[in-house]
Design a protein around this ligand. Structure first.
Ligand SMILES: [Zn+2]
Length: 728
């Protein structure tokens, strides 16, 4: 390297390079350093960015990871040396720095993603996500557990929230009677949730409040745990309008999920959909190319690929749907009732959210779970993709929790129990059957295990290791999300007759058509997995068969969409700016769904912090009125509260589809809003707390005994769990 060159550092982490792509041994010699590429690319890059000084020469400090230069004498003309750059994810060669430059610049500008790259190698490719992205990012996926727990969130707004929340949409009837009578209900300001909680040191005493003055229930509970050593209580956030809103919606939502097929899109899901699909057209898989195309049954013609868009389900079907409805001619019901309202997904990295406004009601036969993107876009080159596809891929490594209802802890550990969560493109709730990613410890390479969710927990561990200052620096403490439930396998070698009992004789929900299932443990134990092992909801096989246009002899397997999901998560790590701007993060934990997707509006209404009209103090005054009204009643017990709300909640949940009137959108509860401080003490501190149970060591032992944690193949290094880790 010449001395008079100025070293130009490349942007760290910006690579799609494949370390494994190197020539066969003995054929070529590696050139170290790859000066030719470093110099030419360095010069061009500085020039392109307008930073080049006249006469100056530049040299990159290194090539993007995974790229290596090799050479050999040309066999037909040994005096001529051929030089190649290896490492392109499609295992193709760059034969000159000029050819490489376009790809290099694209990587630098897109955080190492090559999706959309127009260079010769990329644009001549198949249009699929590069394989190697998968392998190169594998390490980070495997490390996700750790990374996520120590520093799970990257954006400031997400970082602090110990417990994410939930965005919901609801029609006016959802608002409970007392709320309806307050001006609060008519302001429409229900749509927002709170931003990230902040510490207010002055005047807040020992209790924690967020920037809007709402007490931070979680931090206060942690403080309380520290003081009392043991806490077990329902989470109530009497000062949070969002919390109230969630109480209204959740029961109905959860109730409806019990009776609805898992294949039916849910509010907050991201789906693929075809905007227009005339009645005479079907989406069929081409027998030879396996490409999904529109097929005209009358003319018996294949009409080319449909234009798949990715969109947020903003309203789910208000009429119950059967899988038979998917097939054409099932009925003529208006899609307003039987279909879903979808809103094209805007780019989470961009301020431009105008795509959201192009919403549409589409029938369920026009939608597919987003996790099938790779199959449905098979053979469709990237430049043909609708931009929303990339947008959806970008948010596939996001997580937010729904309905946090109980805090239970024994210092220095604690769990917050939740009703559901959003992960990537899907919403999951207690009671669902989910597919699990392959277990690396068992050397699984494809999906063969499922889990019936019994509880969803945000777990804080080693709270004693955190100082008070940790509060304001990202997520406080070690936290992670675990799913507890009953595990089953399709793998007969997992069969242990001792595990069989009356209680697990029935096949899990949505699983029957896939064949025999073998319990992974006795019914008095639970399987525990970190959220990173979630593949998604188990979709009924019949629905999968319809979506994938499967031949009767080749029904879909449990593994369909798994690879696509893994690729999508890797892609998201590399493109979601909230992660790429914080190297090392592989998941974005958000307060609520709208924040995960970085949305401004849902159903046309402002959400979250983007709602400028929010006036918290005013709202709280009104909430106080409600609170006082409630206090005149017998103390509300959480479960009866839920039960009594159940029917109304259910109706409300079903109602929003009714069309013309836009449903209210909100993301209530919010981790930030809280109980505590003065009003908590008035409402509850004066009372006895019958719900505090002292967990003895025996209890702990029992929990431990009835629990085993199966890791997702990552080391739990450095993390201490109260519950033993049993790796099978
Ligand atoms: Zn390229």
């Amino acid at each position: 390297m010449s001395h008079n060159r100025i070293i130009v550092p490349i942007r760290p982490g910006c690579s799609d390079g494949n370390h494994l792509h190197v020539p066969k041994q003995g054929t070529l010699t590696q050139v170290i350093p790859p000066t030719l590429y470093l110099e030419k690319t360095g010069d061009q890059w500085m020039e392109r960015r307008g930073h080049a000084q006249p006469g100056a020469k530049y040299v990159l400090d290194r090539l993007p990871d995974g790229y290596t230069m090799w050479q050999r004498p040309r066999p037909s003309d040994p005096k001529h040396i051929d030089k190649y750059l290896y490492g392109h994810p499609q295992s193709k060669l760059f034969d000159s720095p000029n050819r490489f430059y376009m790809h290099f610049e694209f990587l630098m500008n897109n955080n190492g993603s090559n999706i959309g790259c127009q260079c010769k190698l990329c644009s001549g490719g198949s249009g699929l996500l590069p394989r190697s992205t998968l392998s190169s990012a594998k390490a980070s996926t495997d490390g996700a557990n750790i990374a996520a727990s120590s520093r799970p969130s990257t954006s400031k707004s997400a970082a602090a929230a110990p417990a994410p929340s939930f965005y919901k949409q609801s029609a006016a009837p959802v608002i409970s009677a007392p709320m309806m009578n307050t001006p609060f209900a008519s302001t429409g300001s229900l749509t927002q949730s709170k931003g990230r909680p902040k510490l207010v040191s002055a005047g807040a005493g020992s209790s924690r409040v967020d920037e809007e003055g709402t007490p931070d229930v979680y931090r206060n509970l942690i403080d309380k745990l520290k003081q009392h050593q043991v806490v077990d209580e329902a989470i109530r956030e009497p000062l949070s309008p969002d919390w109230y809103a969630e109480q209204e919606i959740l029961p109905g939502l959860l109730q409806s999920l019990k009776t609805t097929g898992q294949w039916v899109p849910r509010t907050g899901d991201i789906v693929l959909y075809v905007r227009e699909l005339p009645k005479n057209l079907e989406i069929m898989r081409h027998e030879v190319t396996e490409e999904f195309q529109m097929y005209d049954e009358e003319s018996e013609e294949m009409l080319g690929s449909p234009l798949w868009e990715a969109g947020l389900v903003a309203e789910n079907p208000t009429e119950s749907s059967s899988i038979a409805d998917l097939h054409r001619g099932g009925n003529d019901r208006s899609v307003i009732y039987s279909g879903v309202r979808v809103e094209p997904l805007p780019d989470p990295n961009s301020e431009d959210k105008s795509l959201s406004k192009r919403h549409k009601h589409v029938s369920l036969r026009q939608t597919r779970p987003f996790v099938l993107w790779k199959e449905l876009l098979h053979n469709v080159s990237q430049d043909q993709w609708h931009p929303t596809i990339i947008n959806a891929l970008t948010v596939m490594s996001t997580l937010s929790l729904v309905g946090k209802f109980r805090f239970r802890g024994t210092w220095p550990d604690a769990n917050i129990f939740c009703h559901g969560l959003y992960i990537g493109s899907e919403m999951l709730a207690v009671g669902d059957t989910i597919r699990l990613l392959p277990n690396a410890f068992k050397k699984q390479t494809y999906c063969q295990e499922i889990l019936i969710i019994k509880s969803i927990r945000l777990r804080y561990s080693n709270l004693d290791k955190a100082s008070d200052n940790d509060y304001d620096d990202g997520r406080p403490y070690n936290s992670n999300v675990f799913i507890y439930g009953a595990g089953y396998s399709r793998d007969q070698s997992q069969l242990n007759k001792e595990y069989l009992s009356q209680d697990n004789a029935e096949p899990p929900k949505a699983a029957a058509e896939y064949g025999e299932w073998y319990p992974l443990h006795p019914t008095n134990k639970e399987l525990v997995v970190p959220y990173t092992r979630i593949l998604g909801r188990l979709y009924e096989r019949e629905a999968m068969a319809f979506w994938l246009n499967a031949e009767p002899g080749h029904p879909p397997t449990l593994d369909n969409g798994r690879e696509a999901l893994e690729e999508a998560r890797d892609f998201a790590h590399q493109r979601d700016r909230r992660m790429t701007q914080n190297p090392g993060t592989t998941w974005h934990w958000a307060d609520c769904r709208a924040e995960s997707l970085n949305l401004r509006t849902i159903n046309g209404l402002d959400v979250s912090k983007h709602d400028q009209e929010r006036d918290v103090r005013d709202m709280r005054k009104k909430m106080k009125v409600i609170e006082d009204m409630e206090n005149d009643k017998p103390p509300a017990n959480k479960s009866t509260g839920l039960a009594s709300l159940g029917s109304r909640g259910l109706r409300s949940f079903m109602a929003p589809g009714t069309g013309d009137q836009p449903a209210l959108t909100r993301e209530p509860s919010s981790s930030a809003s809280g109980t505590a401080s003065s009003s908590t003490s008035t409402s509850s501190a004066g009372k006895k707390r019958p719900n505090i149970i002292n967990l003895s060591d025996d209890d702990e032992d029992e929990i431990r005994e009835h629990t085993r944690i199966v890791d997702n193949g990552t080391s739990m290094g450095g993390k201490k769990y109260k519950v033993a880790v049993v790796i099978k």
